[in-house]
Design a protein around this ligand. Sequence first.
Ligand code: CA
Length: 161
Amino acid sequence: MSVRMNCSCLIIFSLVLEVFSHLEGCHVGWTHFQDKCYFFSHTTASWFDAGEACTQFHSKLAEPRIVTESNFLKSQSQFLNVNMWIGISDIIKEDRWEFSSTQEVVKNTEFGPGEPNACTAENCVALWKDFHGMWVDLACTERLNFICEADAVSDFGALIG
Ligand SMILES: [Ca+2]
């Protein structure tokens, strides 16, 4: 009897967790902030493979567009204590830093001291933990943790419907 009750409680608990995560508009394992959901990877990949992994999750490498978002990602990279790829590069044109998904030029770059520093040898941007999450340019083939972003689902009906 007690075992069965424990099982029921577990199921109800799981359902409650599930509903709460849906109410927030993000899948389990993703972090909700403002109108987006973020996935902070536990594994490392090249910048290209990281972008591919995000695509598999119906998302893209994070593209911090506003100060509050950028500060949130920086603080998370500090909290997790890892360097993390984001969706900014100058692959297409040297020293033209652009968001990968739209090729829009990044107006407010946040490079750390002495960065970017390697011209065509380093074309991909990461949040650097030793710079408190400020950016560095790195060789895109380096393996780093990465951040994916997706739109949060605000319409609860659309989620369950
Ligand atoms: Ca660099």
